[in-house]
Design a protein around this ligand. Structure first.
Ligand code: UD1
Ligand code: CA
Length: 498
C-alpha cells in the first residue's frame, strides 16, 4: 500500500440523464449513495488524504461526502470544464504534490477496496508516472479507448467522440480510475488543453504527456469489469443495484447464510449476518441491520436498522430501529416502529404495532394490539386487542406493566398509568388508574341478561326460532311495546344479572 497517498474522488458532474432533483452521485443502491460506496472502497486504502471534487449541487453533495468520510477535503469546481480541470482543482486543494495520487469517480459503486488497493500497489511497484485501470467490454460506446502500440504499451487514451473508426473498434476502455506520480501530475495538468470534440480539459491527455516525456505508462486490466461501471441513468442504477445485491448475497452465502430465494431477497451493503441465519423469500434487510446466528427472517419481511437476536423468528413483519431478543418470535403481520425492544423469548404476534416499547424477557403481546410508549415487565401477557392509549391529543404518556402481569382481552390502558407486578385485569377493562401489584382491576358495569329477548324482539326471525328450539323461555312479553334499546326497554320484566 502506498505510504504517501492522496485519493481524488470526482463528483462535480451533473448527471442530467438521471432526470432528478437529486445529484447523480447521491442516488442510492444497497442502502448507500453511489459516492458513499466509492468512499467506502477508498477508505480501505488508508490514504493520507482524500479530496472530493464537488460542483454541481455541491450544497447537497459536499455535506453528504463529509458525512460519509469525516476529514475529507472538498475542492470546489465552479464550472465543469472537464476531468483534467477537476483534478487540477483537487491538487490545488490538497496543497502538496508528493507520493501517489489515485483518481476515482463518484459513480462506480461496485468498485471494491481490494481492487483499488491492488491497483495502487501495482502502480507503485512498477514505478510508473501513470497507471490506468482498464477493462475489456463488449460495447465500448461512449468510453475512452486504451490505445496501445505494437509492443502493447499504452500510448494514449482517445475519447469516443475523438476516436477514428479503427480506434472505435478497440474494446479495452478507460474506467476513469487512475494512479499518478503526484509530481508528474502536478507538472502535467497545466499543460492539458481543451482542443477536442467536447472542448473540455481531458485528464486522459496526461497519458500522452507522460509518453512524450519518456515516462512509463501502464494499464491494469480489471477482469471484473462491472466494478468500473457507472450508472448514468435510472435503468443502469437498477442494474447495478441488482448486481450489487447479487454480490452481497453471494458473499453471505459463502459465509454460511441460507438464502432460499436470492432473486427476491435484498440485503444492504452494511448489513451484518451471522452463520446459520436463514433468509426466506421476500426478505429485505436494510441499513445497519444485524442478525445473529440461527435466526430465521421472512418470508416477506422488511427490517431497517434492526438488531435480531440468536434463534429469533421474524415472519411477515415490517420493522425499523427495533431490537429483538434471542429466541423471540415476531409476526406474522407485525409492525415494529422505532424504539421497540423485545426481550429474549418474548413474543410480538399477529397484527400488533409497537413503538417505543420495551417488552421484557418472555413477555408476550400475542394478538391485535397497539403498544406505544410502554414498558412491559418480564413474563407478562397482554390480552388480545389491547390498546396502550398513549396520546391524549396533545401529549404522549407512558404505560408501565410490571412483571408476570396478566391483562384481559380488549383492554385500554389510558396513559400515564401503571399495572403492578403480578396484577391482572378483566376482559374489556379500561385502565385509567394505577393497578397495584397483585390486584385484579375490572371496569365497566355489571352484565345484564334479559331472558327470552330474541323471541320478543326478533319474533319471526331465524334467531328467534333458534332460541325457541334451544328452550329459551318466552318472557318479557310486556316489553314488546318498547322498541328502544334492550338495555332500557328490558327493565322491570327482565332481570339483570350481576
Ligand atoms: C471519462 C473519461 C473516459 C472514461 C470514462 C469512464 C475523460 C476525458 N474521459 O469520460 O475516458 O472512459 O470517464 O467513465 O476523463 N467530472 C467532474 N468535473 C468535470 C467533468 C467530470 O468532476 O468537469 C466527474 C464526473 O462527475 C464523473 C467523472 O468526472 O464522476 C467522469 O466524468 P464524465 O463526464 O462522466 O466523463 P466521461 O465523458 O464519461
Ligand atoms: Ca461517465
Amino acid at each position: 500500500m502506498p505510504t504517501d497517498l492522496t485519493v481524488v474522488v470526482l463528483a462535480a458532474g451533473g448527471g442530467t440523464r438521471m432526470r432528478s432533483k437529486t445529484p447523480k452521485v447521491l442516488h442510492e443502491l444497497g442502502g448507500k449513495s453511489m459516492v458513499g460506496h466509492v468512499l467506502a472502497a477508498v477508505r480501505v486504502l488508508e490514504p493520507r488524504r482524500v479530496v472530493a471534487v464537488v460542483g454541481h449541487q455541491r450544497e447537497l453533495v459536499g455535506p453528504h461526502v463529509e458525512e460519509q468520510l469525516p476529514g475529507v477535503v472538498l475542492a470546489v469546481q465552479e464550472e465543469q470544464l472537464g476531468t483534467g480541470h477537476a483534478v487540477a482543482q483537487a491538487m490545488a486543494a490538497a496543497g502538496s504534490a508528493s507520493g501517489t495520487v489515485v483518481v476515482a469517480c463518484g459513480d462506480t459503486p461496485l468498485l471494491t477496496g481490494e481492487s483499488l488497493s491492488e491497483f495502487a500497489a501495482e502502480h507503485e511497484a512498477a514505478q510508473r508516472a501513470v497507471s490506468v485501470l482498464s477493462g475489456v467490454v463488449d460495447d465500448p460506446t461512449g468510453y475512452g479507448r486504451i490505445v496501445r502500440d505494437a509492443d502493447g504499451d499504452v500510448v494514449a487514451i482517445v475519447e469516443h467522440k475523438d476516436a477514428d473508426a479503427d480506434q472505435r473498434d478497440i474494446r479495452e476502455i478507460n474506467s476513469g480510475i487512475y494512479a499518478f506520480d503526484a509530481a508528474f501530475l502536478a507538472d502535467a495538468l497545466p499543460r492539458v488543453g481543451n482542443d477536442n470534440a467536447k472542448g473540455e480539459y481531458y485528464l486522459t491527455d496526461v497519458v500522452q504527456l507522460a509518453r512524450d516525456a519518456g515516462l512509463t505508462v501502464g494499464a491494469h486490466v480489471l477482469d471484473d469489469v462491472r466494478q468500473t461501471e457507472g450508472a448514468n441513468d435510472r435503468a443502469q442504477l437498477a442494474q447495478l443495484g441488482a448486481e450489487l445485491n447479487h454480490r452481497i448475497l453471494d458473499r453471505w452465502m459463502r459465509e454460511g447464510v441460507t438464502v432460499m430465494d436470492p432473486a427476491t431477497t435484498w440485503v444492504d451493503a452494511d448489513v451484518v449476518l451471522a452463520p446459520d441465519v436463514t433468509l426466506l423469500p421476500g426478505t429485505q434487510l436494510l441499513g445497519a441491520t444485524v442478525v445473529a446466528e440461527d435466526a430465521v427472517i421472512g418470508p416477506d419481511t422488511t427490517l431497517k436498522d434492526c438488531e435480531i437476536g440468536p434463534g429469533a423468528r421474524v415472519v411477515r413483519t415490517h420493522g425499523e430501529l427495533a431490537v429483538i431478543g434471542g429466541g423471540a418470535t415476531v409476526g406474522p403481520f407485525s409492525y415494529l416502529r422505532p424504539g421497540t425492544n423485545l426481550g429474549a423469548d418474548g413474543k410480538i404476534g399477529a397484527f400488533v404495532e409497537t413503538k417505543n416499547a420495551r417488552i421484557g424477557d418472555g413477555a408476550k403481546v400475542p394478538h391485535l394490539s397497539y403498544v406505544g410508549d410502554a414498558e412491559i415487565g418480564e413474563g407478562s401477557n397482554i390480552g388480545a386487542g389491547t390498546i396502550f392509549a398513549n396520546y391524549d391529543g396533545v401529549n404522549k404518556h407512558r404505560t408501565t406493566v410490571g412483571r408476570h402481569a396478566r391483562t384481559g382481552s380488549n383492554n385500554t390502558f389510558v396513559a400515564p398509568v401503571s399495572i403492578g407486578d403480578g396484577a391482572s385485569t378483566g376482559g374489556g377493562t379500561v385502565v385509567r388508574r394505577d393497578v397495584p401489584p397483585g390486584a385484579l382491576a375490572i371496569s365497566g358495569g355489571p352484565q345484564r341478561t334479559i331472558p327470552g329477548w330474541a323471541q320478543t324482539r326478533r319474533s319471526g326471525t331465524a334467531q328467534a326460532a333458534a332460541a325457541e328450539a334451544a328452550g329459551s323461555p318466552r318472557t318479557g312479553e310486556g316489553d314488546a311495546s318498547h322498541n328502544g334499546d334492550p338495555g332500557v326497554g328490558a327493565s322491570g320484566s327482565a332481570g339483570a344479572e350481576s
